[in-house]
Design a protein around this ligand. Structure first.
Ligand code: SF4
Length: 242
């Protein structure tokens, strides 16, 4: 794991259209941090998974890159990956810098470490908390319960800190309906529907894609808890954006 808070392993930085979640369609500067030790079978950023992929820069140089890449009317700056919590100390520095420029900060994380998340969240405005189903193969199944507990703690922390918080769950055609129902029940034992700003069911893309009937089953499970649930595919892939 990367531990030097003065150095950033950066995969890429670019402006594009937000393709996921409650803010899809917004002009966004993506700061993709390198490194993720998780193993989702539908991961679409495999190039950013190795811990030493991308380039190594000083924190100050990445701040300059952000300043140079910022375009007018950018809605938010996304810290994404890879997994941003791997380099959470550097992300804290960058998020402070982004806020000083009057822009919103946005965190996309698999929430694998609730302690790191708690340190980073004060500097984040909008948080997408992703909860992984077992069929994602995100971790060895012996470690799945531990990951889920971290994800739930991160969700609670984000809400407790009054961040704009929404939930995303990627589903495939193999996602177990009972497991999904249990996860949704678990989520709403920890947060109220009024605490969150969205609940997104995201169909997997090109890998074991769920049928419409299956997606509606997932929708019907969430709806009694959260009326504004939405099924939203990844927009950027539909329109050929990066
Ligand atoms: S957590 Fe994100 S970056 Fe890591 S393997 Fe899963 S989808 Fe890819």
């Amino acid at each position: 794991m990367l531990t030097n808070p003065n150095t950033i392993q950066l995969s890429e930085i670019f402006t594009s259209i937000e393709g996921e979640g409650i803010l899809f369609g917004t002009k966004t500067l993506f700061v993709r941090m390198a490194g993720c030790h998780l193993k989702c079978r539908w991961c679409d950023t495999s190039y950013a998974l190795p811990m030493y992929s991308g380039n190594s820069y000083s924190v100050e140089y990445v701040k300059k890159l952000i300043a140079d890449h910022l375009k007018p009317f950018t809605y938010k700056v996304n810290f994404t990956g890879g997994e941003p919590l791997v380099q959470y100390e550097a992300v804290i520095d960058l998020a402070k810098f982004v806020r000083e420029r009057g822009l919103r900060t946005y965190l996309e994380s698999a929430c694998y470490d609730s302690d790191r998340f708690a340190k980073l969240i004060p500097y984040i405005d909008i948080c997408k908390v992703e909860l992984k189903m077992r069929d994602s193969k995100v971790v060895d199944m012996n470690h799945y319960d531990n990951l889920l507990q971290n994800e739930i703690r991160c969700l609670r922390t984000s809400v407790k800190n009054h961040k704009i918080t929404y939930i995303k769950i990627v589903v495939t055609n193999s996602t177990d309906i009972k497991e999904f129902a249990g996860l949704v029940e678990n989520i709403f034992q920890h947060v109220r529907s009024a605490d969150i700003s969205g609940f997104i069911i995201q169909p997997s893309d090109r890998i074991d894609e769920p049928t419409t009937e299956r997606l509606l089953q997932f929708y019907d499970i969430v709806c009694p808890y959260y009326r504004e649930v939405r099924i939203i595919p990844q927009l950027h892939k539909q329109i050929g954006a990066r």
